[in-house]
Design a binder for this molecule. Structure first.
Ligand code: NAD
Ligand code: UD1
Length: 332
């Protein structure tokens, strides 16, 4: 059975392709390589010893997407393709709305035309804004503070409207918490070209001395040690959830949202200390002002994903820190 993975050469997409192939699915990737490299396709093949069909191009390109669906009998789609840098989205909102929303509209139009009405969408915990209590459940109020987050919220709304208009659709909205880690092989992982915005890629570059020092954004939050608390989840656990979501949408119609996290909150200082201990490296840091837009703490109640998808995260924080560093050591 063929699954189309948009954004399949990206960080989460590549790990998901591996899990799909390992579970007997065939994989077709469309990616414009705006934030990933072609060699990832070879690495996916090397890990799984399976073939993958790759189309380099833009999901907003309706002619290309029609060609992909004409040439492949696609059973379901996982839609990762999107831009994801929060700061850039504030500076270039039109780019984010155009890319993230247009790609989704084009994809869904072509899916409709070909009678393929099963889609898993990459949403984010960012749709909860500043949560009123913890852990976060799927029925919490939704709000966003930046254009990136708004694209996720709007797309969730678009997909819900689509289901309302046509009950033949099966749609899973996956709200990721903070993915880190990498595949054990060290062949795929996250290696941003620019100075990273997110914590783990930044820590890794300080550990390898590519960057001098980690700035910790505030130690005066109302948390266990004053630094921000997040729900870090191993990217391989996250990838496995996509296989479960595919099974679910192949089985049942409807639209539903699922939190994908571990349910554990770790502070920035805890992550730094764990990374140092597990990898035997130094990570110099200093405390600086809070980052505008950051919240104090965020972690998931993922019991709904357990109940409905039969999925729970299994990997612990030590393994996440070790695998993040292993990937960068092999790919510097
Ligand atoms: P990524 O940037 O590594 O992967 C996204 C891929 O999509 C890239 O390979 C990029 O080249 C491709 N792409 C972007 N726009 C495209 C387009 N119009 N046509 C074709 N390809 C396009 O990001 P990721 O971390 O793997 O995230 C995947 C998805 O999950 C994104 O939608 C992101 O917003 C969402 N998400 C990520 C996180 C996270 O922390 N990584 C958290 C929550 C949600
Ligand atoms: C960020 C995004 C969010 C997105 C999520 C996953 C922002 C404001 N939010 O969330 O929309 O869904 O990534 O991709 O960018 N930190 C430091 N120093 C650093 C980097 C981070 O102290 O150099 C701290 C942050 O203040 C936070 C924690 O580390 O407390 C995690 O930060 P980050 O990895 O950027 O993720 P989020 O802020 O949760």
């Amino acid at each position: 059975m063929k699954i189309l993975v948009t954004g399949g050469t990206g960080y989460i997409g590549s790990h998901t392709c591996v899990e799909l192939l390992d579970n007997g699915y065939e994989v077709v990737i469309v990616d414009n390589l705006s934030n990933s490299k072609r060699e990832v396709v070879d690495h996916i093949k090397e890990i799984t010893k399976k073939d993958v069909r790759f189309y380099e191009g833009d999901v907003c390109d309706k002619t290309l997407m029609t060609k992909v669906f004409t040439e492949n009998d696609i059973a379901a789609v996982i839609h990762f393709a999107g831009l994801k840098a929060v700061g850039e989205s504030v500076k270039k909102p039109l780019l984010y709305y155009r890319n993230n929303i247009d790609s989704t509209l084009t994809l869904c139009e072509v899916m409709s035309e070909f009678g393929c009405k099963k889609i898993v969408f990459s949403s984010s915990a960012t749709v909860y804004g500043s949560p009123k209590s913890l852990p976060i459940k799927e029925d919490f109020p939704l709000s966003t503070t930046n254009p990136y987050g708004s694209t996720k919220l709007y797309i969730e709304g678009i997909l819900r409207d689509l289901y309302t208009s046509d009950n033949e659709w099966s749609i899973a909205l996956l709200r990721y918490f903070n993915p880190i880690g990498a595949h054990k092989s060290g062949l795929i992982g996250e290696n941003p070209n620019d100075v990273p915005n997110n914590l783990m890629p930044y820590i890794v570059k300080v550990a390898t001395k590519e960057l001098e020092i980690l700035n910790i954004y505030g130690n005066d939050y109302d948390t266990k040690d004053g630094t921000g608390v997040r729900d870090y989840i191993h990217v391989v656990d996250l990838a496995k959830a996509h296989v479960k979501a595919i099974e679910k949408i192949l089985r049942d119609r409807g639209v539903d949202a699922y939190n994908l996290g571990t349910g554990h909150g770790y502070s920035v200082l805890e992550i730094v200390e764990t990374f140092k201990r597990v990898n035997g490296v130094d990570v110099p840091y200093r405390i600086v002002d809070r980052r505008p837009g950051d919240i104090a703490a965020c972690y998931a109640d993922s019991s709904y994903a357990k109940e409905k998808l039969g999925w729970t995260a299994e990997k612990e924080i030590d393994e996440m820190c070790a695998d993040s560093f292993n990937f960068i050591k092999k790919n510097r």
